[in-house]
Design a protein around this ligand. Structure first.
Ligand code: HEM
Length: 412
């Protein structure tokens, strides 16, 4: 039996190269299979829905959310964490995002991310120095994973000795974002629920501690803030902290790994980056277009009937926005399957757009620019051991599970 397009997107066998499926998908910009979500795959339609106030990110607005693989069981009954602002609509979303932004970005904290440069440099240097055998190592384990996870823990103020416990919870929650049709939703829901419970309890203790002894970290500032929006309730604080920890986890890991994989497949660009680290800026933008870590946004629903490209999406229907397909839409990008950091205009969808556009974008960009520039400079003649590498199961947060590299040495 031929598989439906939706199944082919989720089929693990297609993880190394989902782009031919997206090309097929774009022939029907609003694709709908019986009982399935409405799948949007073309650039302009995705962008318009990302900016449409009739679209909701709140799963409670789904007409039938009992079978939603992304619903968080127990989230309404207390105990587990309520959803963070990623899954809320305005005005609650805007209020919480504004409050979270106070200690993170302009206008109140314009130097927070930029001020992390020396720390980022030290972490990157320490990790590259620590690569044991340049003749064969896994970039994910030795570098792409520990780097952003350490950074987000430091930013929020998670003590170093607790970072390992945190990784386990974050991995489980990231896996629960994957709408895998073959996984048992009850089992996965339970794992995610347990992880949210444990993470919630851990963060509650940490917040309590920071209220008594505030430091310079973001959690202390969120816990003690009294801006124009008032203070966050303890539950709001918990879910915001959990959202930041998790959102800053798998995504940047995958961008760094996808980035190195792409550069090793394009040695000319890698060579140019080695000569000129400033090229890291357009390289990271082109990577967010060409190999985006968030392939699709599955948590949207319609608040009214919406007509798009001649199709009416009924109120309460689940909608998937396939960002990675929009990024390869030839109606928007010339020769979209070519990796070309010299493109004059790379306005990709890799960090979303509209009110939910990525909150951590300045940090994610800076981390990846630093990481790729330093890897290019320090690894001598790096080569891929296995191409394609083994991928993670997740079709939403897509990236290699391992990236084995061999090189002739590591420069000082
Ligand atoms: C390369 C790394 C990253 C990528 C590709 C990425 C991608 C995205 C995308 C596509 C969205 C939009 C989701 C939607 O429309 O529903 C988003 C939202 C978000 N991201 Fe990121 N992200 C990255 C790193 C980070 C980091 C490091 C943080 C935390 C510091 C972060 C925090 C968030 C938050 C809190 C939201 C929700 C924003 C809202 O709902 O207003 N992200 N991200």
């Amino acid at each position: 039996m031929t598989q439906s397009l939706l199944h082919r997107i989720l089929d693990y066998a297609n993880r190394p190269d989902p782009y031919p499926i997206y090309e097929e998908l774009r022939r029907t910009p609003v694709h709908h299979e019986a009982d399935g979500p409405y799948v949007i795959s073309t650039y302009y339609e995705i962008r318009s829905l990302l900016h449409d106030p009739r679209m909701s990110s709140d799963a409670r607005n789904l007409a039938s959310h009992t079978s939603d693989p992304l619903a968080e069981p127990g989230s309404a009954e207390g105990g587990a964490l309520p959803p963070g602002f990623l899954k809320l609509d305005p005005p609650e979303h805007d209020r919480l995002r504004r409050m979270a932004n106070r200690p993170f970005g302009p206008p109140h904290s314009p130097r927070r991310v930029d001020g992390m440069r020396p720390e980022l440099h030290d972490i990157v240097t320490g990790l590259i120095d620590g690569i044991g055998d340049p003749g064969g190592f896994d970039l994910v384990e030795q570098f792409s994973y520990p780097f952003p996870v350490t950074v987000i823990c430091r930013l929020l103020g998670v003590p170093r000795e607790d970072e390992a416990r945190f990784h386990v919870w974050a991995d489980t929650l990231a896996a629960s974002l994957d709408p895998d049709p073959d996984a048992d939703p009850a089992e996965r829901g339970k794992d995610a629920h347990d992880a949210r419970m444990e993470l919630g309890m851990y963060l509650a203790g940490l917040i309590e501690e920071r209220r008594k002894h505030p430091g310079e970290d973001m959690l202390s500032q969120l816990a003690t803030a009294k801006g124009g929006d008032g203070a966050m309730s303890t539950m709001e604080l918990l879910s915001t902290a959990a959202l930041l920890l998790i959102a800053g986890h798998e995504t940047t890991v995958n961008l760094i790994t996808n980035g190195m994989l792409t550069l090793l497949r394009h040695p000319d660009v890698l060579g140019r980056l080695r000569e000129d680290p400033r090229l890291a800026v357009p390289i990271v933008e082109e990577l967010l277009r060409f190999e985006p870590p968030v392939q699709l946004v599955p948590q949207r629903t319609t608040l009214a009937d919406i007509e798009i490209r001649g199709v009416t999406i009924p109120k309460g229907a689940p909608v998937w926005l396939v960002l990675a397909s929009g990024n390869r839409d030839p109606q928007r990008f010339e020769d979209p399957d070519r990796f070309d950091p010299d493109r004059p205009d790379i306005q990709h969808l890799g960090l979303g757009s509209g009110v939910h556009s990525c909150f951590g974008a300045p940090l994610a960009r800076l981390e990846t620019q630093f990481a790729l520039a330093e890897l290019a400079r320090r690894l001598e003649n790096p080569r891929l051991v296995q191409d394609p590498p083994p991928y993670r199961q997740n079709a939403v947060l897509r990236g290699p599970r391992q990236l084995h590299i061999t090189c002739d040495g590591i420069r000082a």
